[in-house]
Design a protein around this ligand. Structure first.
Ligand SMILES: Cc1cc2nc3c(=O)[nH]c(=O)nc-3n(C[C@H](O)[C@H](O)[C@H](O)COP(=O)(O)OP(=O)(O)OC[C@H]3O[C@@H](n4cnc5c(N)ncnc54)[C@H](O)[C@@H]3O)c2cc1C
Length: 428
């Protein structure tokens, strides 16, 4: 355990990355009395960041890693079907292989149970933690507290997911079932072919993640955070102490840093002495504006059959999902966006079949994903002045509030509020 005397104050921390994790780290570091610089080559809330276009879920029950026992048998299918809900581009397979092998090795029930237990400590209370910060930032209205739905064709389809729900139950997560007419009354625009759902009341969602990021950034700056536009390349470390974050041009003198660079964090982690396994797990959304009267998801809903989430955002209905493994820079495959739109048409029969193209917007995002489904949070090997905070995969928006608070605890030498052993950046 670190003692507070290890660090001298006042400390100046550079937060690398203005996504959800970086901004939350910045705000909590300010709360702890640190001087803060937020460094990013994009604006906060930019479409480049994963934090912009996600499905908005703040789901304290999203603890089951995206692997399932026997998954290795499906890999040939992932390679053969470039437009399936999970696909791997052939050319990328050699680079992905070490990550994929470790990922598949984790597809065992006991491993999944352990991962779920660890993730629960991180994501529990996500909604409350976000509410608290959002209210301070003047955007409390962006956090909805009415829970989320998991929608199935029938109870039998729900039962097929029994293992995951059983693990959730063991962790104390509760839900309410809705069937037939009760579901119709709750979600009248949803295709009646979906006849069963569970409502998880403890979850929440953000109504506009891009606007939320901008508000968090503005709030941090109003409280004194400095904003620098630039790209971190590495660190100047002398005798184990951080002296500066090195940019493409010049450097920022500082005595602490947080790597919160999302799916781009791997190289910076290496510069901080840690070889982590991190992939950009690409996902897409289709956002449909102007159809609220015909098709509204009254509660955000996950539809396992299509592996998508439908969320009513401030700007329209957002259908988000898909997993595509390709290089970070590979061109987007916008046919995947069209698939998301077509799923929306299936889910909400009231939508006109000839949606005006101008009302449909597609987006590609890159989830920062580790093979074991757990983030990297902890001190760097090269210097305890550097904190890792990335790799939250599918649940980074929800996790960001607690991760930011933990990053600030580490920056100030306090004991972290949860056990960080499962999230060690040195575990690979
Ligand atoms: C389709 C889709 C749906 C999703 N749905 C949900 C959901 O419903 N709920 C949920 O909790 N999560 C969801 N996620 C995941 C979530 O969006 C991410 O886990 C989360 O946004 C990651 O946040 P981050 O701050 O780590 O990274 P990002 O938001 O990607 O931010 C990283 C920032 O770092 C900057 N950066 C990178 N490298 C450098 C550098 N060298 N120097 C300076 N700056 C740098 C980037 O410009 C970027 O602004 C979804 C993701 C996708 C793709």
């Amino acid at each position: 355990m670190t003692s507070a005397s290890e660090f001298s104050f006042p400390r100046h921390a550079v937060i690398i990355g203005a996504g959800a994790v970086g901004l939350m780290s910045a705000i909590h570091a300010l709360d702890q009395g640190l001087q803060v610089t937020i460094l990013d080559f994009n604006e906060a809330g930019s479409e480049e960041a994963s934090s912009y276009g996600n499905a908005g879920w703040l789901s304290s029950h999203s603890v089951i890693p995206p692997v399932e026992p026997g998954m290795w048998k499906k890999v040939p299918g992932y390679l053969m079907d470039p437009l399936g809900p999970l696909s791997i581009r052939w050319r990328y397979l050699p680079a992905l292989a070490p990550w994929l092998l470790r990922n598949l090795a984790g597809a065992r029930r006991e491993r999944i149970r352990r991962t779920a237990g660890a993730l629960r400590t991180l994501v529990a209370d996500a909604r409350l933690l976000h509410q608290e910060v959002a209210q301070r930032a003047g955007v409390g209205h962006l956090i909805d507290t009415s829970g989320v739905l998991h929608v199935y064709r029938s109870r039998q389809h729900f039962d097929n997911d029994a293992f995951g729900w059983g693990v959730r139950r063991e962790l104390g997560i509760e839900w309410t079932e809705f069937e037939g007419e009760a579901l119709r009354a709750r979600e009248p625009d949803l295709d009646p072919a979906f006849g069963f759902a569970v409502h998880v009341g403890e979850a929440g969602h953000c109504r506009n993640p891009g606007a939320y990021m901008k508000a968090l950034d503005a709030y941090a700056r109003a409280r004194g955070a400095r904003r620098v536009h630039g790209r971190a390349r590495g660190f100047r470390i002398e005798q184990g102490r951080l002296k500066a974050v090195v940019l493409e041009t010049g450097e920022i003198a500082c005595d602490a840093a947080v790597i919160a660079a999302g799916a781009r964090a791997k190289q910076l982690a290496l510069m901080a002495g840690d070889r982590v396994q991190l992939e950009s797990e690409r996902g897409y959304h289709a956002s449909i504006a102007g159809q609220q009267e015909r098709a509204t998801a009254r509660t955000p809903m996950m539809v396992s059959e299509f592996k998508v989430i439908a969320t009513q955002m401030e700007g329209g209905l957002r259908i988000a999902g898909q997993v595509e493994f390709a290089s970070f820079e590979a061109e987007p495959d916008w046919r995947r966006g069209e698939i998301m739109r077509d799923i929306a048409l299936k889910l909400f029969p009231g939508l006109p079949r000839d949606l005006p193209a101008a009302d449909v917007k597609f987006w590609l995002g890159r989830r920062p994903s580790t093979p074991d489904g757990m983030p990297c949070i902890g001190y760097a090997n090269a210097s305890r002045d550097i904190v890792h905070a990335y790799g939250h995969g599918h649940i980074g928006l929800g996790c960001s509030a607690r991760t930011g608070r933990i990053a600030a605890q580490l920056l100030t030498g306090q004991a972290p509020e949860i056990d960080l052993a499962p999230f060690s950046p040195q575990r690979f």
